[in-house]
Structures are given as structure tokens and as C-alpha cells.
Ligand binder design. Structure first.
Ligand code: ZN
Length: 320
């Protein structure tokens, strides 16, 4: 092993930022209209909830659904219960937008009847809004983000969202969450503003950030429609995931076995503040079962459900 390899091994940490965020919505059609029609993301995978194939699981992202660009939704009808946003949750879908694009975004969203609010945080310009189910969404103007947004829909390239920006984590006491992120997940603290601490992983920057908000008076969050279900952090491959599984287990966390999610493999654990964390692999990605040029168009089922395809398709609501 040469000196360069040794140095890389010492400084390398498997967790490289955000992989995806999964939330709960009520109506798939309304959800698609907002995330593709209004925000201009690409629907990169149409599949079912692997734990309940009677419901859709839709994935949105950039052109290829690159790790860090992905938001996904489970659909529970309204009567199944609205959740409450609060402590123990990831609370915001925060996207990176090109610098100087927020005025155009405000106009575009206003034309669609969506109200926005302009705020400043950590010196960043932020456009704040809510999705049709009440999930907070933020578009953050980022001057330095090499990622390219998808402009295949009606959003022009100079406005296209490039992926997730930061992970907003709300807990009553931020200390244990920050300790997990810094001691076991390779993050470091970079800024503080009020009760918000910003951390970053690897080379840092958009998509590799996490904001821990300590709010002792926040109501306890409850899962359901209009809330974020979990956040997944990315690692390159199965070996790196195994390293993290061992490290987190040694640190006292109850870590699940590896689950095959068809487009990535996942392990799950709950951090001390109550937020459900997942560690997902970058491999194999969304082109594993359909052509990159037609991602998201056909209903894709994992092998275990293929024999029940006709029944599953009959039970799913129409999307068109
Ligand atoms: Zn997930």
C-alpha cells in the first residue's frame, strides 16, 4: 500500500452526504403535479411500497435519480391519518436552486397558486413554501453547486433544482444527534445560528449538509400524511454499508439487517432524538430495471411481486 492510499484511508469516511428523503403524501396525482409540474423534478421510478404493494412508491430526482437528488413518497389516504410535524423528525425538503433564480421561482409558483416566503439563513437566500400535503419545502439559492438539474420538463436549465441541499433535523436536544453525526458518521460542525447547527460531510457543500435544530419546546412529531418518514444517508457500496453497520452497532444503535430496495440496499436505525435514519448504497441505481431515457414511465415491480402484477395494477389508482 503506498502513502497516498494510506492517507486516503485515514481521511475517508463512508458517509458522503444525503442519499434520499422519504415522506408521506395523500394523493399520488396531486403529488406528481407538484413535484414534476411545479418543481420540475423528474419522476424516475414508479413502483409500489415493498411492505404494502397496494400503494404506490414514487421516486423523483434529477435526470438519472442520482443519490442526493432523490425524494420519494408513500401514499396513505387522508383518512389513514395526518401526521404532526415536530421533534424526532426530518422536517423540510430543502433543494439547491441556481443563484439568482429565486425571483423566477417565486413568480412561477405564484402563477400556480402557491404562496412563497423569502428568508435568509446562514447567509443563504431561501424561498420557503409547503407542498400540497403541508410538507415544508425550501429552495435555497446556492452559487457553488456542480450538480446539474433536470430541465426535461417545463423548468428551464437556469432554474432547474439540482438536488437536496441540507438535511433539516429537529430534536428537543441536539447534543446526542450531533454526537452521532460527528463521532460515528464523519460529519463536522461548520456553523451555528440561533438553535441551528450546520454540519457537513466529506468535501462539504450542497447535498452534504445537515442542520440540527435543538428545540426543547417542539411538539413531538407523529408519523402520517404531510410528514417526512425518514432520511437516508449515502455510502458508495455494500462494503461501506457493512462498515457503517458495524460502527453503529458498536456505538450502541439498534441497526436493522440489510434490506434490498431494488435500486439500493438499506439499513435502518433510530437516532437518539427519535429520527429514523437509513444508510443506502449508491449502487445499483435506477437504471437497473429500465432504460435511462424512459425512467419512471412503466410500473416496475421487484421480482417477488411480478407474479401478482395483474392484481397489483388493478388495485392501484390511475395516475393519468
Ligand atoms: Zn428510504
Amino acid at each position: 500500500m503506498n502513502q497516498t492510499t494510506l492517507t486516503q484511508n485515514r481521511t475517508h469516511h463512508p458517509v458522503a452526504g444525503i442519499h434520499h428523503i422519504t415522506a408521506v403524501a395523500s394523493h399520488p396525482r396531486r403529488n406528481i403535479a407538484f413535484y414534476t409540474g411545479a418543481l420540475g423534478l423528474r419522476l424516475v421510478k414508479k413502483t409500489v411500497n415493498f411492505d404494502d404493494p397496494s400503494a404506490y412508491h414514487l421516486y423523483y430526482g434529477d435526470e438519472s435519480g442520482a443519490p442526493g437528488s432523490i425524494v420519494t413518497f408513500f401514499y396513505w389516504p387522508d383518512y389513514a391519518g395526518k401526521g404532526r410535524i415536530g421533534s424526532g423528525q426530518t422536517t423540510v425538503l430543502s433543494f439547491s436552486a441556481p443563484a439568482g433564480s429565486l425571483d423566477a421561482w417565486a413568480l412561477r409558483l405564484s402563477a400556480k397558486g402557491i404562496t412563497t416566503q423569502r428568508i435568509q439563513r446562514f447567509g443563504e437566500d431561501v424561498l420557503s413554501l409547503v407542498d400540497p400535503d403541508g410538507i415544508p419545502v425550501e429552495l435555497v439559492a446556492v452559487p457553488t453547486d456542480e450538480r446539474r438539474g433536470w430541465s426535461g420538463a417545463e423548468v428551464p436549465a437556469d432554474m432547474a433544482l439540482r438536488g437536496l441541499h441540507t438535511a433539516v433535523l429537529v430534536v428537543r436536544d441536539g447534543k446526542p444527534t450531533e454526537t452521532l453525526l460527528t463521532r460515528d458518521m464523519g460529519y463536522r460542525v461548520v456553523r451555528k445560528e440561533g438553535n441551528r447547527t450546520r454540519l457537513e460531510a466529506g468535501p462539504g457543500g450542497s447535498g452534504r449538509l445537515a442542520d440540527v435544530i435543538s428545540d426543547p419546546s417542539a411538539p413531538q412529531g407523529t408519523g402520517g400524511v404531510g410528514t417526512i418518514h425518514h432520511i437516508a444517508w449515502r455510502v458508495g457500496d455494500d462494503d461501506e454499508q457493512q462498515t457503517m453497520q458495524a460502527r453503529l452497532t458498536a456505538a450502541g444503535f439498534q441497526v436493522s439487517s440489510v434490506r434490498d430496495r431494488q435500486y439500493f440496499r438499506s439499513i435502518y436505525y433510530r437516532e437518539r432524538g427519535g429520527i429514523l435514519f437509513e444508510i443506502a448504497t449508491d449502487t445499483p441505481g435506477f437504471a437497473v430495471d429500465e432504460d435511462p431515457s424512459t425512467l419512471g414511465q412503466a410500473l416496475k415491480l421487484p421480482p417477488q411481486f411480478e407474479s401478482a402484477r395483474a392484481e397489483i395494477e388493478r388495485a392501484l389508482p390511475a395516475l393519468a
